[in-house]
Design a protein around this ligand. Structure first.
Ligand code: ATP
Ligand code: MG
Length: 595
């Protein structure tokens, strides 16, 4: 048991000015963290205790065997946080990831590498674990293996916000699996998915697995674990009945029927003057009156230094993450200055009609969203300022390099599985699993020899749980107007015994008795022994959110009773001192079983 006066829980009445969301306010008010600077936080004793409890449960679930997938548990290790930059240069994502990485200027800055750092701080550890495994594992007999750590990660986020949600330094569980075969890699992936589900359930948070984009990590498939919350950064597109759930970045819909027959041309191409018309909406208006779903929208991007076009319906928006499927290492929207020399016009009059692009050979490709096939014959820019062209037929007039899914799905569109209407809700990404494939093992030559002495690259998976973000997501999901309501398993303490008369010997003796009984029943106990007014103690108790509270002292003690109140309920139960040990044991058991 711990005495409040002997730990340090600096609670606050007021929320910090920079805290916009409930969980951030409560983190600070309940004394769990203190801010050093944007995205950098000290974990105070209470916050640290929760983090240690979450980490311990995470560890247990990572190490648990998964017989259904024929997989043992993951194996813990600890890797350096400071990485030689050469490893990152050798790896596949330096160009994409360098922006977010902290560089370490060392004394070596003068040794001819002054423009590049010698070291970087690790945002994750693929570049460290893969060379390690290459050096240590050579035979199929030593596979599969899955290594994990629970450690600090560094990311120079452009906009750190919401406290621990998007921090510059944060705690992550990261794991890396190595398999001999693709089937094996899928088993490792599924074993981790199960471990994640068990972990989130045990800590008492609802987190849903959704299909996710593979982003700069590449890889073949991926799930994110999302805690549903209004303040989340991600949109989850879902339908409960069919079970479809995907991050909006990845979500598809059944909008374009599989058996769609492409429309035949309706007439000759016909240019018409549209002075000053540079938006979809302006062309929708009179006198032109071209509905947005009868327009083609032409976007210009630059991928790995070369411009390319993305064609969408006028009524659709680009889902930028989906461009990732085209395989460019880095891409961005082209600037107006870059556009004109290639297309021949300024944005607002752009199109992709055969022969109208000024310098078509400069393009890395013309990529079209499937849904433009629904347009059939439509209107687009003529690549002459103030001119559009009508009767543009998708098959006859557009030289599409490749069709793909590039548009943002909208709620109400048919689910790709069942045709039911899709819905959208916000979520906080607390975990991510990737089946990575051989991208890293090929780069770092992490190969093994099979039973016929043939050499193959290992098939990898990588996995992350944002431990510190999860801590805050729990608060976001479980609080009320008075404070945090901790789930049993990760509460900093599970039982709080409030002593209203810490100077009174009888009160103090009963407090000790209750605390001992609760500990015997398996609970972590905090005793509020501060000399403070009852009102202050009760407010603090609600704020820090300990699941069970016993209160001793005042009138009740003279009447031979003490009080019991679960954090979740408003009702106070009076208990006879004579029944103390049995009742304490009983309510602790009940709380532990329910959890
Ligand atoms: P996000 O999309 O939120 O930026 P990410 O996809 O870049 O996250 P991953 O590389 O998948 O993150 O990292 C694994 C986990 O680490 C995430 O699921 C998230 O819970 C956590 N995480 C990532 N970035 C941060 C951050 N800046 N602060 C706190 N936790 C983070
Ligand atoms: Mg992620």
């Amino acid at each position: 048991m711990k005495y409040w006066s002997q730990t340090f829980i600096p609670t606050l009445k007021e929320s910090p000015a920079d805290a916009e969301i409930a969980s951030h306010k409560l983190l600070v008010r309940a004394g769990l963290v203190r801010k050093l600077s944007g995205g950098l936080y000290t974990f105070m004793p209470l916050g640290l205790r929760v983090m240690q409890k979450i980490s311990q449960i995470c560890r247990e679930e990572m190490e648990r065997e998964q017989p259904a997938q024929e997989r043992g548990g993951a194996i813990e290790l600890w890797m350096p946080h400071v990485h030689p930059v050469e490893l990152w240069e050798k790896g596949p994502r330096w160009a994409a990831a360098r922006e977010i990485m902290f560089r370490v200027d060392s004394a070596g800055a003068g040794k001819g590498r002054s423009k590049e750092p010698e070291f970087v701080l690790g945002p994750t550890h693929e570049e460290v674990i893969t060379p390690l495994v290459k050096a240590e594992i050579t035979s199929y007999r030593d596979l599969p293996k899955n290594f994990y750590q629970i450690a600090t990660k560094f990311r120079n986020e452009i906009r750190p916000r919401f406290g621990l949600m998007r921090a510059r330094e944060f705690v992550m569980m990261d794991a890396y699996s190595f398999d001999a075969t693709d089937d094996g890699a899928i088993k490792s992936y599924l074993a981790m998915k199960t471990a994640y589900e068990n972990f989130f359930r045990r800590i008492g948070v609802t987190a849903i697995a959704v299909e996710a984009d593979t982003g700069v990590m590449g890889g073949s498939f991926s799930h994110e674990f999302m805690v549903p919350a209004e303040i989340g950064d991600d949109d989850v597109i879902y339908n409960e009945e069919s079970g479809y759930a995907a991050n909006r970045e990845k979500a598809t819909s059944g909008l374009v029927p599989a058996d769609l027959v492409d429309a035949a041309p309706v007439g000759e191409l016909e240019e018409f003057a549209t002075p000053g018309v540079v938006t979809i909406a302006a062309l929708e208006a009179a006198p032109y009156s071209v509905a947005a779903d009868k327009q083609f929208k032409t976007l210009v991007y630059v991928g790995d230094g070369k411009p390319f076009l993305v064609i969408l319906r006028g009524c659709d928006e680009l889902e930028e993450a989906k461009i990732g499927s085209l395989g460019f290492t880095v891409f961005r929207p082209a600037t107006a200055e870059e556009i004109e020399p290639v297309l021949g016009a300024k944005p607002g009059s752009l199109g992709a009609v055969n022969g109208s692009v000024k310098n078509q050979s400069a393009l890395a490709g013309i990529f079209a969203d499937h849904a433009i096939r629904l347009v059939g014959n439509g209107t687009t820019g003529a690549n002459k300022d103030g001119v559009h062209v009508r009767n543009v037929n998708v098959t006859r007039d557009l030289a599409i390099t490749k069709f793909g899914d590039f548009r943002r799905v909208r709620p109400g569109e048919p689910d790709p599985k069942s045709g039911q209407p899709l819905k959208v809700r916000r979520g906080i990404e607390v975990g991510h699993i990737f089946k990575l494939g051989t991208k890293y093992s090929e780069k770092f030559e992490a190969v093994y020899t099979d039973d016929k002495k043939q050499s193959h690259p290992m098939v990898m998976g990588c996995y992350g749980i944002g431990v510190s973000r999860t801590l805050q997501a729990v608060i976001e999901q479980s609080h009320d107007a008075d404070g945090i309501i901790w789930p049993w398993a990760i509460a900093p303490w599970q039982v709080l015994v409030v002593n209203l008369d810490p100077q009174d010997a009888a009160a103090t003796a009963l407090v000790k008795q209750l605390a001992t009984a609760a500990e015997k029943a398996g609970a972590d106990v905090l005793i509020d022994d501060r000399v403070e007014r009852p009102g202050v103690k009760f407010k603090d108790a609600d704020l820090i959110g300990i699941p069970l509270r016993f209160t001793v002292g005042g009138k009740g003690l003279k009447e031979g009773i003490f009080e019991f109140k679960p954090r979740r309920s408003k009702e106070v139960r009076k208990i006879a001192i004579a029944d103390a040990d049995t009742v304490v044991a009983q309510v602790v058991h009940e709380a532990a079983v329910k959890a």
